[in-house]
Each structure stands twice: as structure tokens, then as C-alpha cells.
Design a protein around this ligand. Sequence first.
Ligand SMILES: Nc1ncnc2c1ncn2[C@@H]1O[C@H](COP(=O)(O)OP(=O)(O)O)[C@@H](O)[C@H]1O
Ligand SMILES: [Mg+2]
Length: 391
Amino acid sequence: MKTIPDILKKKEWIVIGLMSGTSADGMDAALVRISGSGTGMKVRQLAFESIPYPDEVRQEILRLASGTEGGSHDLALFSFFLGHISLQACRAVCDKAGLSPDEVDLIGSHGQTLWHIPVPESYLGYQLTATLQLGEPSVISEAFHCPVVSDFRVRDMAAGGQGAPLVPYSEFLLYRDDKQCVGLQNIGGIGNITVIPPHASLSDVFAFDTGPGNMLIDRAVELRTYGAERMDTDGHLAALGNVSAPLLQFLTQDPYLLQAPPKTTGREKYGQAYMDQLLERAKGLSLEDLSATLTAYTARTIDIAVREHCKPRPDKLIIGGGGSRNPTLLSMLRDMLPVPVLTNEDIGFDSDAKEAVAFAILAAECIHGTDNSVPRVTGARHPVVMGKITQ
Ligand SMILES: Nc1ncnc2c1ncn2[C@@H]1O[C@H](COP(=O)(O)OP(=O)(O)O)[C@@H](O)[C@H]1O
Ligand SMILES: [Mg+2]
């Protein structure tokens, strides 16, 4: 078993970052080489692999994330199950990099979010925020004989933060620029933007969730095709459809869009109940028109975020996450936005790996004892070292 003192003696670490996002599409693993800490950190991506979830796993995640189904028995089993899936992803990414598992020094695992309460709720006389990410880290540590850092969000929430978004820390380290204001828009199940002003220090960085990303498009396609399709692959359906102006206008009235940051959202808001209401309004629309409208809506949420909430306004917006693979969405963004729109690939980064890389970086900082949260972004009272260590 590698101990923390063992790792701290080494100059360079091999670290795996694991992420399973709101889309419940699969477990992503990025293998990176990391040296240093804070602004002195150097990161090199060596490999990326994603283990897609079979339909029954995705359905189970959506069931457990519904908030009303699945009790503690199912949650306990699911957590260990996802530990094993995490392990598979770690092994696969080691294979891809041509490394043996004992060369791995550290693993950072986000787990799967099943519930997130960013704004305090009354509970037994307390006003509480809370969050639940599962994917038992002990299962991973047992097989890889190295420390695993997990459960990042709770520490920020205990300090009064919303526990999200967490990627701005790694984005600051990787993308900051002396001359330009850099905007990074991730489009996963949910969309989130990070803005890094020129010459920024960490406290200048701001970020927030822009609203639904691919989540509504995915769900509409899944429901209207009776499960035959899970996404609008390459934006084909949306490209064939026409945007319904009344539906787009109705969706755009969502007060979340104009709410001032810090703000975070998730499946709790844009899940089944929201979708039922949306589909009721979209009854007469073809699947193509519905896809076009929801794709335009996603683009519009990002446009509103950039115009209303980004001061300073980014000089360019770099798109990451699965949405960067949807050309129809990209072209709508390019039409609407007041700034140039690029993908991570355009600037030599990897759209798919970006979030998994973030958790490798956050884990490394946790081991160094370096604050790895961005209080300006989460609304926390002060910076903290996020992550729990399992060894
Ligand atoms: N080729 C593609 N065409 C259109 N959409 C895609 C494509 N590939 C991925 N996506 C979208 O990206 C989503 C996954 O993105 P991801 O960044 O993994 O999100 P999350 O972090 O929520 O898991 C899919 O559910 C799908 O909506
Ligand atoms: Mg994903």
C-alpha cells in the first residue's frame, strides 16, 4: 500500500481522476502526470477512457437520483457497485496509457451525484444544505493499493458554500492567460461557465451553472423514441427541425437564468417533473422541432449567462463536455453569442477528459493540504481543502 508520506517523497505523481456526471452516460477516467502544487502545478494528460453505462445502470442512476425512489438498501449496494465500475475505469485508463496499476500514486474520484441541495432547506429544526455523491472509494483503494480522495463537495458546503462548481480551480491552473479574458463553458447534463479575467489570481475567477446543458435534449429524445435513442447524436434531429418560438419563449422565462451568481442547479430542478410539464406544452411538436427548440434553449441559457452575468465579458468561449460534440448546438451558439466560440480541441485540450482531469488535480491538492476550493464561486465563507482520504 502506498502511503501519503511515500507519495510526498516523489516529485511527479501518476494520478487518475474519475467523474460520473449528471448525464449518467458513463464513468470517465483521465490519467495524468502531476508535479507541484498551486500555480506551480504542472499537469500532463497521458490517457483518457470512458466506460459507458449500459441502459439498466443508467436507469438505476436516474431512479436513485429521482429523490423519491430507492431506499438505504439500494443506496448502499449502488455505492459499492459504482466503486467496482470506478475500478474498471481505472484499469482501462492504465491499459490505455500502457502503465501498470501499481504505477498509480493517487486517485481522485467524484462519484455519482444522487442529490444536491445548494440552498438551505428546513430539516428537524435546522436549515441545511446537503449533497450526496456515491461510489465507494474503499473498493478502489483496496485494488489499487494507493490513497483515494473522494467526496469533495461536502467540505465546501460545511463552510457555507454551494459545493459547486468545483472545476474552476483546475481551470484557473490550466487555462489562465496574461492577455485575454478566458471563458470556459462546460456542456454536460447541466451547463456551467467559468470566467478567468486576464492576469487573474484565483480570487478573480468566477463561475456558475448556466442551466440545463444536454439534459433536456437527452430526456426528450429518450422519451419520444421510447428509449431507442439516448441523445440527439451529432445534433442530427435538431438540424432537421425548426425552433418553436412560443416554447422557446416559455422556457426562457425560467427565473434561474436571470438569478445572480453564485448559483448552481441540477437534476433536482430539471428532472422528471420539469420534463413532464415541458412535454405537455410540446405535445404538437415533432421530435425534430422539439430537439431544435431544446438545443436553441441550451444555447440561449449560455447566451444569457454571458451577456447578463459575465463581467468582464470573455474574449472567447471555449466549449467542453459532451455538448461540444453537437455541431447544431455549436452553430446555434456561434450565431447567438457576442464572442467567438471554440472547442477545447481547437486550443489543444480534450473536451471529454476535462472534468475527470479536474478531480485528479483536486485530489493532488488535497494530499498537499493546499486549499482547492474557490469561495467566490461557491459562496463559501473561506477556502478549504476539499476531499476525504481513503487508504
Ligand atoms: N456525438 C454527440 N452528439 C450530441 N450530443 C452528444 C454527443 N456526445 C455526447 N453528447 C452529449 O453529451 C452528454 C454527455 O456529456 P458529459 O460531458 O459526459 O456530461 P456529464 O458530465 O453530465 O456526464 C450526453 O448525454 C449527450 O447529451
Ligand atoms: Mg458523462
